[in-house]
Design a protein around this ligand. Structure first.
Ligand code: PMP
Length: 429
């Protein structure tokens, strides 16, 4: 039995499934003991080139010295106080408000789920309305407002599909589900629920189903419809934020939402998240005297997360981080397309910047329903074989890949060579 499996057996005694978040309990089960730059090492000492990036935070790479050193320096002198604020919080807030167009003001919390929860609650307070619109396939965290119609079974598309037992029935029913890239569907939903929709929340690129790009005009169309129907537009930039531009994907798209949620790449793997938006809305939070929307958290603004985030943003400000990851992302996408052409593989490579997904289907998907065409069996087998050969990705259907500032041209070349061999093996060419 591998060391990973031995440790998993021990873990299962104390923790349900032996893991601390849903979908970590996958086969092959790996226990990681070291992460360094672009590489991770399992308990048996095997090295992998990592493209999972812990679901996205690692934009610079694992254990990135510049970030780690800044964190160590910060916690050598400061930590958490419970009242007032720290110098680190102010510095980070200033940076975010400088870079992210919709961020006139910002508040820190600890996870993306907290950030989306706060943004949605604020939108209800601002509008006096109850309903929320989300898109089929998008993920915005684990709480009741949003945990429906995520990676639904195909026969549950268009139906009431709560993501968990124990959810509040009213929350499920007050969250309406639309089809991504379908403005008519959004328009109809807003019309049929006139003066009832508090907010529309969207991943500007739905990375939780790989990499579905918004069609030209789609995000602007959402902006216009939200303004027309008096609903707040929330960009959930927990994945896209900082990864695609230091100002978020909103900066790339030229569309400014009312509220933005951020996390992941914000602090290169350290726990911190943010909700930001227009001052006229943000002032409703009761961190300000007279505000009536509860916002709290014992660990909000902890020195570890704030110092890590300042360091991560400094790297983006001062080093060619995006230039590097975008170039390697494109190198990977075009290399994969060449392999598919050479081997005659029915596949499309979707992507933006440092992110890509290979879908085994013959057209570029525009929404979750299109992904029915993805050959899931091949997709999972492919990822599993890649893991065997030292390329780490989640061995699950419809998951994206990320490159970091630590990946090199050589890593991409190695990955492409291994990928070609794996595809040949799977397709027996
Ligand atoms: N929003 C998006 C777009 C996400 O991808 C995620 C996490 N995958 C979340 C929110 C929730 O973030 P967290 O896991 O930090 O609660």
């Amino acid at each position: 039995m591998s060391k990973s499996l031995q440790i998993h057996e021990e873990s299962k005694k104390y923790t349900p499934g032996g893991v601390h978040t849903s979908i970590r309990n996958v086969d092959p089960f790996l226990v990681f003991t070291k992460g360094e730059g672009a590489y991770v090492y399992d308990a048996d000492g095997k090295k992998y080139i990592d493209y999972q990036a812990a679901f996205g935070p690692f934009i610079l790479g694992h254990n990135y010295p510049y970030v780690n050193n800044k964190v160590i320096e910060a916690i050598g002198r400061t930590d958490l106080y419970g009242v007032g604020c720290t110098d680190l919080e102010v510095e980070l807030a200033r940076k975010i408000c400088t870079h992210v167009p919709s961020s006139e003001q910002v508040l820190f919390c600890n996870s993306g789920s907290e950030a989306t929860y706060h943004a949605i609650r604020l939108s209800r307070a601002v509008t006096g309305r109850n309903k929320l619109i989300k898109f089929q396939g998008c993920y915005h965290g684990w709480h009741d407002y949003v945990a429906r119609n995520m990676l639904s079974d195909w026969d549950m598309i268009g139906k009431r599909d709560p993501g968990s037992a124990g959810m509040m029935e009213e929350a499920i029913d007050n969250t309406l589900v639309c089809t991504f890239n379908d403005l008519e569907d959004v328009e109809r939903t807003l019309r049929e629920n006139k003066e009832q929709v508090a907010a529309l929340i969207v991943e500007p690129i739905p990375h939780n189903i790989g990499c579905i790009l918004p069609e030209p005009g789609f995000l602007q169309g959402l902006r216009d419809l939200c303004t027309q129907y008096g609903a707040l537009l929330i960009f959930d930039e927990v994945i896209t934020g900082f990864r695609h531009h230091i100002g978020g994907f909103q900066k790339v798209a030229g569309v400014t939402p009312d509220l933005t949620t951020m996390g992941k790449a914000m602090a290169n793997g350290f726990p911190i998240a943010a909700v930001a938006g227009k001052r006229e809305y943000m002032k409703r939070f009761n961190t300000e005297k007279g505000g009536d929307v509860w916002f709290a958290g014992t660990y909000n603004g902890h020195a570890v997360g704030t110092a890590a985030s300042i360091a991560t943003l400094e790297m983006m400000e001062n080093e060619p981080v995006h230039e590097h990851i975008f170039r390697l992302g494109e190198k990977m996408r075009s290399g994969l397309r060449d392999i598919h052409d050479r081997l005659g593989v029915e596949a499309v490579v979707a992507g933006f910047g440092s992110v890509w997904t290979t879908y085994f289907m013959n057209f570029m998907p525009k929404n979750y329903t299109d992904l029915k065409q993805n050959n899931a069996e091949l997709y999972v087998a492919y990822r599993r074989k890649l893991i065997e050969k030292g390329i780490f990705k989640m061995p699950m259907n419809i998951k994206r890949n990320h490159v970091s500032y630590s990946h090199t041209d050589e890593d991409i070349d190695t990955t492409l060579t291994i990928t070609e061999a794996v595809l040949k093996e799977l397709l027996q060419k």
